[in-house]
Design a protein. Structure first.
Length: 111
């Protein structure tokens, strides 16, 4: 596990930040409901992309005194993001390879 203070979207990262990346955000979070609804309106539009990033909640939580902990996965393929059809195809290929290697079982089947 690791202590996290901020998530930087890769497309908005500086060259220096990209060199410093040690973790990738896989997406699943546990957030206290009260904090979530208080913090959502405080998310600002990103100046570089014009988008609102839910990942900015993490920095707001840390600033408010909450802690964030990263939980590592056994293999990077278990945390592959899917944002496009191409990413989905890549994820499907990774999943099929893991089934063939015996690392995972098919849905509904017990190992």
């Amino acid at each position: 596990t690791g202590h996290v203070v901020k998530i930087v979207e890769e497309k908005n990262a500086t060259a220096l930040q990209k060199k410093q990346f040690k973790w990738k955000n896989a997406g699943p979070w546990l957030v206290k409901n009260k904090f979530l609804w208080q913090a959502l309106p405080r998310i600002k539009k990103n100046k570089r992309s014009g988008e609102y990033y839910l990942t900015d909640l993490l920095e707001l939580a840390v600033q408010a005194g909450h802690r964030a902990i990263a939980v590592p996965v056994a293999h990077v393929s278990e945390a592959t993001g899917v944002n496009t059809i191409e990413h989905l195809k890549d994820a499907q290929t990774i999943y099929e390879k893991s089934l063939n290697s015996g690392r995972h079982s098919a849905p509904g089947k017990r190992q």
